[in-house]
Structures are given as structure tokens and as C-alpha cells.
Design a protein around this ligand. Structure first.
Ligand SMILES: [Zn+2]
Length: 289
């Protein structure tokens, strides 16, 4: 019943034995009904290839392919063509993770920008959902997304509409209305409530990870409060960012439960409701039926 919208079975620190163990743990959870799906997210051409292979093997696994800003220093047009080829696989459901990371600056900023734009253009060409990684680059990420037509009416016209409602001073009221969906996901979102609302109004979707469970993370709690449940996903970003009570240890997709429990607590709903809503939202976002 839980959907981990962002994980890394393809992480290079896992030995193949550890990876097999991880797959069998999740497979058991799926057969017992505790989990439904996970998306293995590529961060460079090699890990994207692995993600597509994993998705081909495991029925509950889907893949995203793309190059993380950290790894853009090694990108070239051949590798972009490889990512494009992988994207043609049935179970590859998004381009990502792509974006800008000005916290670590592991690739030159000009290089990060160039490949962020090129990969957005690829997603637009292929009419695919986009998974965004943004760190200490909030304004520039939003500017580039807008400039590349990510929130354009044309792009929104490619995708099914999503549940909607109206915004007023008190927040958001769900209604029978639907609204356009740009299929842009801000993964492990750490921005403010205000920025989150701006993104949602543009047609984006927000995903929260383990940090929402961390003590004193009022900013992300306030953001979850402000964002309608219709537009929220949960993720682990495993093996990183394990939620409380596993903080500091290696994260696994099953721990998405703790993030969903925190979302339930913030929203004042049951865990089952939070799990189902975030799963339905993720299925809609990735186009999984
Ligand atoms: Zn990630």
C-alpha cells in the first residue's frame, strides 16, 4: 500500500549481494501488501541503465533515467542519447533526477545548467514526467523550468488532469474540479511553504523524504501543512536520509512508512489514508495504472 516515489537500488555503494537482499525484502513486503511500488531513480547513464534493468525484472519496480547535477561534469551527447534510448523502455516512467545542486557544486554551475536544460528538453520531446533535484538553487531551478516550457499549457495538455480545488486565505479546499498537471516532481523538497504553494499552483507535485521526521524541521512540517494532500508524494531517497527512528542508518524503501506516518500526523488523518493518497498520487504522477 505504500509507494516509495524515489529510491536508489542502483546506488554504487551496494554490493550485488546487498542489492539482492534489498530486492527480496521489498518483494516480500509487496507480496504481504505492505508496499505497492518503488521507483529506482537514475543519477548518471550507468545507474539509469541499472534502474531500467531492475524495473524490467521486478513487477513492482519502475525506473527514471537521467543525470544528477553532481554527475553532469561527465555528460556528453552520446550519453544523452543513451538516456534517451533507455527512456523508450515501457517501465521507464520519468526523466530524472535532474536539476541544480549549488550546495556541493560537484560540477561547474554552467555545466549543471547546460545539462539541466538539455534533459528538460529531452523530457519535453518524449512527453515524459520530470523528477527534479534542487539544492540551494531554488530560484534558478524555477526560472529554468519556466523558461524551458515545463509549465506551459502545451506540456500540460499531454497529461491527464488531476484532482483540484480552490485556494483561499484559509488554504486549499478540494472540490470535484480538476486542474492541469505539468508532471514535474520536486523530489525531497526542502523549500518553504510559500515556494511549495507556488510550485503546486504552476502544476508541479511535491515529494517529501525522511527529513520531515527530523526533530525541529518546522520548515518542512509547515510546508506539508500548506500543500494539499492531492499534490504530495512520499519517498525514501534510500540509501540516504533514513527517517526517524532509523536516522543515521542506511535507509531502505520500506522506511517510507515513517514518512507517510509523519504526513498523516501533520494532516490529521490516519496512516492508511496518508498511505493510500500518496500512493494514488504517485501512480498518477508516474502514469502507472
Ligand atoms: Zn535521489
Amino acid at each position: 500500500m505504500l509507494f516509495d516515489s524515489h529510491s536508489h537500488f542502483n546506488n554504487e555503494d551496494l554490493t550485488s549481494l546487498e542489492r539482492q537482499a534489498l530486492f527480496s525484502v521489498v518483494d516480500t513486503a509487496v507480496s504481504e501488501g505492505r508496499m505497492s511500488y518503488a521507483v529506482d531513480i537514475g543519477f548518471d547513464p550507468e545507474s539509469s541503465k541499472m534502474a531500467a534493468e531492475h524495473a524490467a525484472v521486478w513487477p513492482w519496480c519502475y525506473a527514471a533515467v537521467g543525470c544528477h547535477p553532481h554527475d553532469t561534469k561527465d555528460m556528453d551527447d552520446m550519453k544523452l542519447a543513451l538516456i534517451k534510448g533507455l527512456a523508450a523502455n515501457d517501465k521507464v516512467v520519468a526523466i530524472g533526477e535532474i536539476g541544480l545542486d549549488f550546495h556541493y557544486d560537484l560540477s561547474d554551475r554552467a555545466v549543471q545548467r547546460e545539462w539541466f536544460r538539455k534533459q528538460i528538453r529531452l523530457a519535453n520531446e518524449l512527453k515524459m514526467p520530470i523528477v527534479i533535484h534542487a539544492r540551494e538553487a531554488d530560484q534558478e531551478v524555477m526560472d529554468i523550468l519556466k523558461e524551458e516550457g515545463t509549465f506551459s499549457e502545451e506540456r500540460k495538455s499531454w497529461f491527464a488532469r488531476r484532482p483540484g480545488g480552490s485556494w483561499n486565505d484559509a488554504g486549499f479546499a478540494s472540490s470535484a474540479a480538476t486542474e492541469p498537471d505539468a508532471r514535474v516532481l520536486l523530489h525531497c523538497f526542502s523549500g518553504s511553504a510559500e515556494l511549495g504553494k507556488q510550485y503546486v499552483k504552476l502544476g508541479a507535485t511535491i515529494s517529501v523524504a525522511g527529513p520531515v521526521t527530523y526533530k525541529n524541521n518546522r520548515k518542512t512540517v509547515a510546508m506539508v501543512e500548506a500543500i494539499p494532500l492531492e499534490y504530495l508524494l512520499v519517498e525514501t531517497d534510500s540509501p540516504y536520509l533514513a527517517p526517524v527512528p532509523h536516522r543515521g542508518r542506511r535507509n531502505i524503501p520500506l522506511f517510507v512508512e515513517f514518512t507517510a506516518r509523519k504526513v498523516a500526523e501533520i494532516k490529521g488523518i490516519s496512516f492508511e489514508e496518508a498511505a493510500k493518497a500518496t500512493k494514488d498520487n504517485a501512480m498518477r504522477f508516474y502514469g502507472i495504472r
